[in-house]
Design a protein around this ligand. Structure first.
Ligand code: BDP
Length: 579
């Protein structure tokens, strides 16, 4: 599915703005919503009103708005596209059910010609935020009490989270357009592929460099050589563009422009190579999370976050724990960030709850969870959406599954095999400490070992000497098992309350956060096969209430409002030196 683009053939029109909203179950599809209030789109609905019940709401809510259709629009194919609706959407136009989509973090679209009329049309979207044992993320849901217990540590924000767009094409249209290439030495051979629906007799592709200088042309199915290409590099992005034009008897029927970057990735001998140079990942696990907008797209915030990361000397992040917005991924391409792109497979741990803790003995995850089908679908949608992004350098198939429990290998093996048929980038599953090297059954499938470790916080709290010893032993244990796999720390962190200081460097103080990170860095620096550090978390973020969460997770190195904690100075110094 292509990202919406306006050009000489395609018209786009955004349906973002204030929509009508209601959480009543009584909806007459033929009539406007009654007792509706106004809700901004794109955004989560949870934190836009003062209503606590709505903030914590579990179930289906309704959104509604009108849109206008002109007579000439119906001479075209008319498509309604949602960037993401969390977690399930059922779409109705003029009272008729159009279709539905499950999965809260990937786009979907429907051709709607058969449902619309010239003039004003009514659009209703029923959005459900119920998660259970079959969904990604996973949650324990009790239908009788309507109680939902997330198996993940972030707020279950819901709503129409990303842009809604109406667009037109001709009835012959480009459905997919992917840029494949081989990069060897001083040459790139680019071989785009496209799926075109409807009759056409010619498809041509024109190439441009980043200064819009025309490089040449090829036909679809053919290839094009770029001599001495400027490579896309970490924090030094170069983007080319390919423009496809589809004709019938000389008449232009459709066109689409795709940017692309040229770079190589190789994982070998305990290193991660980008363009044949070992790279060290510096950065964060993040969240799409902010006051009022919740998990809704917030481009100004994304821009600020990227500028802050660059200022710190960071070069990477992980889309913990779900695919981030398409606009954010495009910005990452342009800025040169390395992205570990994660599917929303979080909570694949039957007994996980921030409120109740994890029982070490429970071993029923892979019997209880029925997420396999949703997982495969989510991987497919992720790769389809993101494969053209040069910033994506690795796919993460899950965060902290119960990798030590019986059935974990059998669950993941077919998913890895499936992913390798879709794309050739390195694959990982982010490992939880309960699934340590002695017990884990999944990491043999991974190209890179991504570890989430909390020595000095959940383990060895307030004892950084012991924390360092345990961390070193952990690293060495993994290395002995998998000497050729590089290790990236994808999470490590300590809850830190902004403004709390301590003469005795007590946990929760800004001093402790500083010491905690310094201790971890000292250990990482001893091992050349540790090739990255992504701190948990970039900023404080909202979670469900819990005794161990002081109004959210406070492991940010920035507050939720992006005020820096002390440790930011340490990072700045370390990361700028590390190039
Ligand atoms: C890890 C999770 C992450 C949590 C973090 C924490 O991957 O989502 O927020 O721990 O406890 O288990 O802060």
């Amino acid at each position: 599915m292509l990202y919406p683009q306006a050009n000489e053939i395609r018209m786009t029109s955004k349906l973002d703005g204030m929509w009508k909203f209601s959480n009543t179950s009584q909806v007459d599809l033929k009539k406007p919503l009654t007792h509706a209030q106004l809700m901004a789109v794109p955004a989560s609905f949870n934190d836009q009103t003062l209503d606590k019940q709505l903030s914590d709401y579990v179930g289906t809510v309704w959104y509604e708005r009108n849109f206008a259709v002109q007579p000439e629009t119906l001479q075209k194919r008319l498509v309604l596209r949602f960037g993401a609706v969390t977690h399930q959407a059922k779409v109705y136009i003029n009272g008729q059910f159009v279709d539905q989509h499950v999965g809260g973090f990937t786009p979907f679209e429907f051709t709607i010609n058969d449902y619309v009329q010239v003039g004003i049309n009514d659009l209703k979207v029923a959005v459900s935020n119920i998660l259970d044992n079959t969904t990604l993320p996973s949650a324990a849901y009790d239908e009788k009490t309507n109680h939902l217990e997330p198996r993940f540590d972030f707020y279950n924000y819901s709503g129409i989270h990303r842009p809604v767009v109406l667009y037109t094409t001709n009835f012959t249209y480009i459905d997919t357009f992917d840029i494949n290439y081989q990069l060897t030495g001083e040459q790139a051979v680019v071989t785009p592929s496209a799926e075109i629906v409807g009759p056409y007799d010619q498809a041509m592709i024109t190439y441009f460099d980043e200064d819009e200088v025309l490089l040449g042309q090829s036909s679809l199915g053919g290839s094009f050589m770029i001599d001495k290409p400027k490579r896309w590099n970490v924090m030094d992005a170069h983007l080319y563009a390919a423009e496809i034009k589809v004709y019938q008897k000389g008449q232009l029927l459709d066109t689409y422009r795709q940017e692309f970057g040229l770079r190589t990735i190789k994982v070998e001998d305990g290193q991660f190579y980008l363009n044949d140079k070992p790279v060290y990942f510096k950065g964060f696990g993040r969240h799409e999370d902010f006051i009022a907008s919740g998990r809704g797209e917030n481009l100004a915030l994304t821009n600020l976050d990227f500028n802050i990361m660059k200022n710190l000397g960071a070069n990477s992040f992980r889309t913990s724990h779900y695919p981030y917005s398409e606009e954010e991924m495009m910005l990452a391409d342009k800025r040169g960030f390395l992205v570990i792109d994660e599917v929303a497979a979080v909570g694949l741990y039957n007994d996980f709850s921030v409120n109740t803790g994890i029982s070490q003995t429970d071993s029923s995850t892979w019997q209880v969870l029925q997420t396999g089908k949703a997982h495969k679908q989510a991987l497919k949608e992720l790769v389809e959406r993101d494969k053209n992004h040069p910033s994506v350098v690795m796919w993460s198939l899950a965060n902290e599954p119960a990798g030590q429990q019986e059935g974990a290998y059998e669950y993941f093996k077919p998913l890895f095999e499936y992913m390798r048929t879709l794309d050739d980038r390195p694959l990982t599953v982010v490992n939880i400490s309960m699934s340590g090297y002695q017990l884990d059954k999944v990491s043999s499938l991974c190209d890179v070992l991504c570890l989430n470790r909390y020595y000095g916080w959940y383990v060895d709290n307030d004892d950084l000497t012991k924390a360092k010893q345990d961390l070193a032993q952990d690293i060495e244990g993994w290395h002995e098992l998998y000497p050729n796999k590089p290790i990236i720390f994808t999470e490590f962190g300590a809850d830190t309350i902004y403004g709390k200081h301590s003469l005795y460097h007590e946990p929760y103080s800004e001093e402790y956060q500083w010491d905690y990170y310094e201790a971890n860095f000292q250990v990482f620096d001893k091992y050349d096969y540790v090739v990255g550090e992504q701190l948990w978390n970039f900023a404080d973020f909202k979670t469900s209430p819990s005794l161990i969460r002081v109004m959210g997770n406070n492991k940010g190195v920035f507050t939720r409002e992006r005020q820096p904690k002390m440790v930011v100075k340490l990072l700045q110094k370390r990361w700028h030196k590390q190039n």
